[in-house]
Design a protein around this ligand. Structure first.
Ligand SMILES: Cc1cc2nc3c(=O)[nH]c(=O)nc-3n(C[C@H](O)[C@H](O)[C@H](O)COP(=O)(O)O)c2cc1C
Length: 219
């Protein structure tokens, strides 16, 4: 099948988010100018650079129209936020924190979680999270919306501090089987990372890939 108009795919639901999957989840904690803690998940999220580390996430308004996400409001006003990373054990709390509640509600508390102080930025991090990235807000790019009511935004942040739970580090590396991150797929689906596989890049290990090529040719 093929479609060009994203509203005319002929399927039960738009397949777009099921195709660009799985997407990691930025569980963003921020502070309002009044000091109220906000926490919400964002799966239009990824790392864009690692030297220095830069992330992007997208607080959009697909249905609400008009009202902007509290997260966007907070980070534009204060210039800081924390991307907490979410794993299997936190899936229910993460989902609960996506409820549309008034800005004066502290969603870390609402989800039954513990706020831990950050080292560099003011917004707290989620103590239970296996990892957290303290971020300085860089800038927002306004993206096209398919109607005037839809506001799409890409928000970039520079990572200025990284917390990792010692429980997920084995031999100096993050062990994915201990980390067990969850990620967003399409519809109401999520993925759980329980196993990984490794591949050398061709240029990283020329000798090994040459030997492999010779062996494959001989077989
Ligand atoms: C797993 C998950 C991923 C989400 N990803 C996004 C996203 O990428 N962009 C977005 O605008 N909303 C996303 N949402 C919805 C927001 O979390 C929700 O609108 C939330 O209430 C926003 O909170 P805030 O107004 O406190 O920032 C997601 C919800 C869930 C459960």
């Amino acid at each position: 099948m093929f479609y060009a108009d994203h509203r005319k795919h002929g399927l039960r639901h738009s397949p777009f988010k099921a195709l660009v999957a799985p997407r990691p989840i930025a569980w963003v904690s921020s502070l309002s100018t009044d000091g109220v803690v906000n926490l919400a998940p964002y799966s239009f999220f990824n790392a864009m650079a690692d030297s220095p580390p830069i992330i992007v996430f997208a607080p959009n308004n697909p249905r609400l129209g008009g009202g902007r996400k509290d997260t966007l409001e907070n980070i534009e006003q204060t210039g800081e936020f924390v991307v907490n990373l979410c794993n299997w054990d936190l899936r229910v709390a993460m989902n609960e924190s996506s409820a549309h509640v008034p800005p004066e509600v502290d969603e870390i508390e609402l989800a039954g979680l513990t706020a831990a102080p950050s080292e560099i930025v003011k917004p707290p991090r989620v103590a239970e999270a296996p990892a957290a990235l303290e971020c300085e807000f860089l800038f927002r790019v306004r993206l096209p919306g398919s109607s005037p009511k839809i506001e799409n935004n890409a928000c970039f942040g520079r990572v200025v501090g990284v917390h990792i739970s010692d429980d997920i580090i084995v031999d100096g590396m993050v062990d994915m089987t201990r980390y067990r991150p969850i990620a967003r797929c399409g519809y109401m689906d999520y993925a759980l990372v329980e196993s990984v596989f490794s591949m050398d890049r061709p240029d990283d290990n020329l000798e090994a890939s040459e030997a492999r090529r010779r062996q494959e040719a001989a077989e």
